[in-house]
Unconditional design. Structure first.
Ligand SMILES: [Zn+2]
Ligand SMILES: [Zn+2]
Length: 128
């Protein structure tokens, strides 16, 4: 497969226990469809509490490295400043350099916020 960003040849690598395809030129990363979920599960497993994955979908300028159709760009879980791309045919996700780290950071933040919320609710219940 070739990088949708710079057309370099993707190489298989292991990242957080997942087999991913990495571009050696631009350091972007291709995840097969279930692998984004596996990546998030490194930090936070409760899928039902993560919120909606795809916000504000729009046509991307990138082509899917598997089927070469235009991908869809979207805001990752309503974080307007993290734009990822996915193939509408269900082939997978494209993450530019460093975006995989932001996904993990945001999962960590979500987990923390939920813990804080649960603690506050427990305190409130105790108060009543
Ligand atoms: Zn590249
Ligand atoms: Zn595709």
């Amino acid at each position: 497969m070739n990088c949708p960003r710079c057309k370099g040849e993707l190489t298989i690598e292991r990242y957080k226990g997942i087999e991913i395809d990495r571009c050696p030129n631009c350091q972007g990363m291709w995840l097969d469809y279930p692998e984004l979920d596996q990546l998030e599960d490194n930090i936070f497993e409760a899928d039902e509490l993560k919120g909606t994955l795809v916000y504000s979908p729009r046509t991307s300028e990138l082509l899917c490295p598997r089927c070469h159709r235009p991908m869809t760009a979207f805001d990752y879980r309503a974080y307007y400043d993290l734009e990822l791309d996915f193939c509408p045919e269900g082939h997978g996700f494209w993450l530019d350099a460093g975006e995989e780290k932001r996904v993990l950071e945001l999962m960590q933040q979500t987990r923390k916020d939920l813990k804080r919320k649960a603690a506050a609710e427990a305190e409130w219940a105790g108060f009543l």
